[in-house]
Design a protein around this ligand. Structure first.
Ligand code: ZN
Length: 338
């Protein structure tokens, strides 16, 4: 697989971009990222509130719990951390609980955690939202070594919690969004090729399959239009590659958002389809996109190994992914509301 190569020059460019963007939460706007950048109206600026340092605090808290495989006591502790942080940011949560049979393990109790922001005293669960924003929070079930899941499971969950804090200040956008913390993304043995709802022998994507099956039972006009996924976005050498089994029009828009913030060098078009939580949502007609930096982590030998630890991450990478993701989401929401 042909890939862009990272060099010392690009690290310098990263440092320059860090300086321009005011990382570590100072909230300054990069040059050229005004409200009409790229010709598309940006109605709010939740992305300017996103702090990689704050997101990293959540990643540390999650990794501090220990391995968090589905059905374990530790993943329940992770859930309680999510619910506490979401509540503190003003969001309300709902647990979507289900049991599914996993290879080797047998029946496993899974829990997706959904979060919505009440706006103007309404019941947010009665409102239709246009956009689901997701991350898996489970870590791979491993018996041979201690699997921390700092990047794989940790980084994107920290990002999503920081999105909750950043979006809470912009209710006109947040009201159109549901944050979804998905359980059971990881396969217990090996990922099976996702082939649809009738597949009974699958492994992996348990939470997203279940959530999508719930949407399938709803009238089409009540379903969200988009599902935006974040996965493994904390690597120090950030190289997000949007897999081609994302919606191509959404990839274009995400690349535009990256360019607008001066972070284009960290984002590109992937060549390999990814088996990830965005796939089941595409089965129910949602436009989907997967913000994932998979190949560089796998190439380095960190993916699904005892090396997926906090020292491989940087808050700057999470901030770049979070800010680009939020600008992209804000534009999506604005285009739906027009
Ligand atoms: Zn994984």
């Amino acid at each position: 697989m042909k890939r862009r190569r990272r060099s010392i020059v690009s690290v310098r460019r990263l440092l320059a971009a860090v300086a321009v963007a005011g990382l570590a939460g100072c909230g300054s706007r990069p040059e050229g990222a005004g409200p009409t950048v790229g010709g598309a109206a940006v109605t709010s600026g939740a992305w300017t509130n996103f702090s990689g340092a704050r997101a990293m605090e959540d990643v540390k808290a999650l990794v501090g719990i220990g391995p968090r495989p589905s059905g374990s006591e530790r993943i329940e502790k992770a859930r309680q951390h999510l619910e506490k942080q979401l509540k503190a940011a003003g969001w309300v949560t709902q647990r979507q609980e289900f049991t599914a049979t996993a290879p080797v393990r047998g029946p496993v109790a899974f829990v997706n955690v959904r979060a919505r922001l009440p706006v103007g005293g309404d019941d947010p669960w009665q409102r239709r939202v246009s956009t689901l924003v997701g991350s898996h929070y489970d870590t791979k079930w491993v018996t041979e070594f201690l699997f921390s899941g700092a990047n794989d499971g940790g980084s994107s969950t920290g990002l999503l919690l920081e999105c909750a804090r950043a979006l809470a200040a912009v209710p006109q956008t947040a009201g159109q969004v549901e944050l979804v913390f998905l359980d059971g993304e990881e396969a217990f043995v090996d990922f099976t090729q996702p082939i649809g709802f009738e597949d009974r022998g699958f492994d992996g994507l348990f939470g997203s399959r279940h959530y999508a099956s719930m949407l399938r039972a709803q009238p089409v006009e009540q379903r969200p239009r988009w599902f935006v996924l974040f996965d493994m976005i904390g690597d120090r050498e950030l190289e997000v590659e949007f897999p081609p089994n994302s919606s191509l029009v959404l990839i274009d828009q995400a690349l535009d958002a990256a360019k607008a913030l001066g972070f284009a060098m960290h984002f590109g078009r992937g060549r390999e389809e990814m088996t990830d939580d965005h796939v089941p949502f595409s089965w129910v007609g949602l436009g989907v996109i997967d913000f994932i930096d998979f190949n560089s982590y796998r190439r380095a030998g960190y993916w699904h190994t005892d090396k997926d630890t906090l020292d491989k991450l940087s808050p700057e990478s999470i901030e770049i992914a979070g800010r680009v993701g939020l600008l992209f989401i804000e534009r999506l929401v604005a285009s739906e509301s027009r």
